[in-house]
Design a protein around this ligand. Structure first.
Ligand SMILES: O=C(O)CCC(=O)C(=O)O
Ligand SMILES: [Fe+2]
Length: 328
């Protein structure tokens, strides 16, 4: 793991110091090499060919069985403890990292992890209808605040514009880049000054969807909201937020400064699975210089809900997608 000294930094912390050792703190574990090999062997025996969202059901059946294997024991324990904050599991098998892929080792690992946390899902109206998303730098998105961008990706939670945002998301690193740092901060609400906290719970923020969505209408909301399950969650993505007053803008800026002054940075490496509680943990990523070829950093991502999509919110097009009307 890395400790950050981010005094005086802006949205994305800039200074971080590597610490010697196995790069694991209390919120992480390393899979033994023989257990990783055995898992890969089981995956290859259970499922052939490459992954496609149309094969999701088939994969989830295999993934549910795989989730009981030894490499996921620490993740199961993290979940049993409430799944708060974030958790890094290192040393998982990724299979052959070439595109197009002709195996599905990484996808099986990622979906196995998702079944421990809950239910993988996507949004009906995302531009690309993916439940399992490849996060790779593209020329098209280079300057954008998207996973496929390569500029500083500023602090955010996933899909802040909807109350139907994921409870957790998982990033699985197929190919790392030693120059890229993913930053995390698990918010403890009580650490916020009461005035800031009060402003952030007011419905005074217009949060816009990012370019992954076709609709452009913002959602008027608070930054800190009570979700239907009675738990606090952040609807936080300043790059896509307009504030109703300067006072509310100052409260949002104070929140961002709070994140940046106390963050952890992780350099994701091949085989690293990072589980993030999207309700109260924010993340960011440093800028990097891709070559836009097959050597670039490559992550896969999946969104997870703790409960299945209920029948009234389910897309008619795909049972694992939330219908458009239900997340506006
Ligand atoms: O690239 C990373 O480390 C984070 C990417 C990210 O935030 C995203 O895909 O939403
Ligand atoms: Fe993100």
């Amino acid at each position: 793991m890395f400790i950050i000294d981010s005094k005086g930094c802006d949205a994305v912390p800039r200074k971080w110091l590597p610490i010697d050792g196995p790069c694991v703190n209390a919120s992480g574990a390393v899979v033994k090499m023989e257990d990783a090999r055995a898992l890969e062997y089981k995956i290859r025996a259970a499922i052939a060919g490459s992954y496609d969202d149309s094969r999701l059901e088939e994969f989830l059946t295999v993934a549910t069985a795989l989730s009981q294997e030894q490499p996921f024991a620490a993740l199961r324990a993290f979940c049993a403890g409430g799944g708060r904050g974030y958790f890094l599991l290192r040393g998982l098998p990724v299979g052959v990292c070439k595109s197009p892929k002709d195996d599905s080792v990484s996808e099986s690992v990622l979906l196995a992890a998702s079944t421990i946390l809950g239910y993988a899902f996507g949004y009906e109206e995302r531009v690309r209808l993916n439940v399992l998303v490849n996060v790779r730098p593209t020329r098209l998105h280079a300057g954008q605040q998207l996973g496929g961008g390569s500029v500083d990706l500023t602090w955010h939670v996933e899909d802040a514009h909807t109350l139907n945002a994921p409870d957790h998301f998982i990033l699985f690193c197929l190919r790392g880049d030693e120059s890229v740092v993913t930053f995390l901060h698990a918010l403890v609400i009580e650490t916020l000054a009461p005035k800031i906290r009060a402003l952030l719970t007011e419905s005074a923020y217009d949060v816009y969807p990012d370019e992954n969505f076709l609709h452009r209408a913002p959602k008027r909301t608070s930054i800190l909201s009570l979700r239907p399950d009675g738990k606090w969650a952040l609807q936080y993505d300043p790059a896509f937020t307009k504030c109703a007053t300067e006072e509310h803008a100052a409260a949002l800026a104070a929140l961002t400064a709070h994140f940046a002054s106390n963050a952890e940075g992780i350099v994701l490496r091949s085989g690293d699975l990072l589980v993030v509680d999207n309700r109260l943990t924010v993340h960011a990523r440093s800028a990097f210089q891709p070559t836009f070829d097959d050597a670039d950093r490559w992550l896969q991502k999946v969104y997870v809900r703790r409960t299945p999509i209920d029948a009234s919110s389910r897309s008619r097009r795909h049972p694992y997608l939330i219908a458009y009307e239900s997340y506006l």
